[in-house]
Write a protein that binds this ligand. Sequence first.
Ligand code: UD1
Length: 344
Amino acid sequence: MGKKKILVTGGTGFIGSHTVVELQQNGYEVIIVDNLSNSSIEVLDNIAKISGIMPAFEKFDLSDQILTSAFMKRHSDISGVIHFAAFKAVGESMEKPLDYYRNNLMSLINLLEGMKVNKITSIVFSSSCTVYGQPDVLPVTEKAPIKEAWSPYGNTKQMCEEILRFSTMANTLKAIALRYFNPIGAHDSALIGELPIGTPNNLVPFITQTAIGKRECLSVFGNDYNTPDGTAVRDYIHVVDLAKAHVIAVERMLNGKCKLDLEIFNLGTGIGYSVLDMINAFEEASGEKLNYRIVPRRPGDIEMVWADTRFANSELGWKAEKNINEMMLSAWNWEKALFSRQPK
Ligand code: UD1
């Protein structure tokens, strides 16, 4: 029997590219669809350098129904879909809410329609711990209530989960929504990693860019939170651990092991680190001193969140393995690799 073919949307992005590598290394054939709106075509070569296999690739926008439907008709041999492609900047979503709703919702709807025509019944969806808002109880379990969204971005994740829930009720579709906590780090090869276009919004790329000299100073957003050192606490998870969970989720679906039509899993380590913890972890892993200052809170930020990982551990048989030192070291090695590739 030939290899099973998985469609990875957003496969040239940060989490997507790491997942493509893991899929290939586990014997899957991958076809990527990405509009390259927040990633670069060179990622494909770097995936091939790691796995020895160049993934198939098509560049188009999944929010275009005609293009998506035509694509699905051309690829009727797809066994399952992992849907990463989406806009993900919280701040930007506050300024351009309709862009976020159109892109994130329409892409999913078009994909699901195409899957239905082709009788593809398995989809893994990129969700986020943002659906919980500020949880009342920590660590947060999958059963925690969904709170009113703080941003259009977060709202699109909630709405997409609802679209999946009702779609799985209406037909034979099976879906797994993976709620990521804070994915960071890069592949050990330093060939793929996070590549923010412009000024990074996220903490770790801002840290590594500051250390390499691209940014002058890291702003720590608030030290007056009700946390041990006053800075906000998150559950950071290595992107390769996250990628491995996707392979397990796909396998679970293709082998008919899902217990519910829509299954939901938290993907985190279960450990909370503050912003100052992260700065210390970076300094220890890299041996570099980081220039930072405390500034007021960033609007929309929650105080603290970390995952209850027991359900993912027991049901998926998956556990995050890499510690904070490995996360920071890989992120730093990736930043240094990017720097050395720059034209001088
Ligand atoms: C946010 C979203 C998350 C989304 C992710 C994708 C929420 C609650 N979280 O994560 O769902 O998937 O973006 O981009 O909506 N920080 C600084 N200085 C900086 C940058 C960040 O101090 O320059 C702090 C933040 O205040 C926060 C922590 O670092 O406490 C992590 O921030 P970030 O990496 O942006 O992720 P989240 O906001 O947690």
